[in-house]
Design a protein around this ligand. Sequence first.
Ligand code: CP
Ligand code: NVA
Length: 309
Amino acid sequence: MLKDMLSIHELSVDEVEEILRLAAELKSMQKAGVPHEWLKGKSLGMIFEKSSTRTRVSFEVGMYQLGGQALFLSNRDLQLGRGEPIKDTARVLSRYLDGIMIRTFGHERAEELAKYASIPVINALTDLLHPCQVLTDLLTIREHKGKNLKNLKMAYVGDGNNMTHSFLYGAAKTGMTLSVATPKDYAPKDFVVKNALEDAKETGAVIELMENPAKAVEGADVVVTDTWASMGQEAEHDERKKIFAPYQVNDELLSHADKRAIVMHCLPAYRGEEITEEVFEKNADVIFDEAENRLHTQKAIMLLTMGDF
Ligand code: CP
Ligand code: NVA
């Protein structure tokens, strides 16, 4: 039973394994039509301070499938958006709800919410991390490449952003090899890399940072990318497009990967920027499995935080 799920770094190796195991079990149950309404009578508040398609729909439907209800709380409607402190919002919502999911800008906002909430808080993306997505990606990699992540090499190519940070933590907790290639000024944050290298000692994960995308992709089983301009960075889009051009995931770059490599993308994808139309469509089955798996993984996270598990 977890109080919060804010960062993969804060989970133990066993807790990561349990989330992935339970997510796979819930997926099988849902496909077989086996009822699993283990959050009957419970309510999840979903605070969104940024846009979302997948996160909103998968949390809402996931809560419904677990027998509970989800409330969409946009900062445009909440008093939070007019300046009510997050610590007061946390204490008020704790009196009504059984859990809070938050998508916001500064990671410290999610941490403050969790500090003052007496109920579990789930991070559904901050500028720093996107743990629900990366746990989902680990489940998807297992489905396509086998259960033992220790034998696999993943290459992340592009911006050193919230996805990169969570991949660093995800690889470190599962023993994967992760090569990250970013332009020099867009590397992941030092403290995240330091934490990941520390976590990697427990699992034997290999973590490498570099600038050369072809080198990162060399022999990779999984190649991942993400948008070059994350939410909140729209004004930098044109400048970033120029800087990141050599980091596009295209057929030439993939010629350096293992022949059976899969390409993943958390979506939304910007074709012609971080990924070509051809590469995207060739890997569409994996990419949309990844999108579907948000549902199953988040149901596992909700059960392990809000349930009587
Ligand atoms: N991948 C992801 O988090 O998608 P949304 O922004 O649509 O929720
Ligand atoms: N890095 C992206 C992920 C979107 C799901 C962003 O933060 O906008």
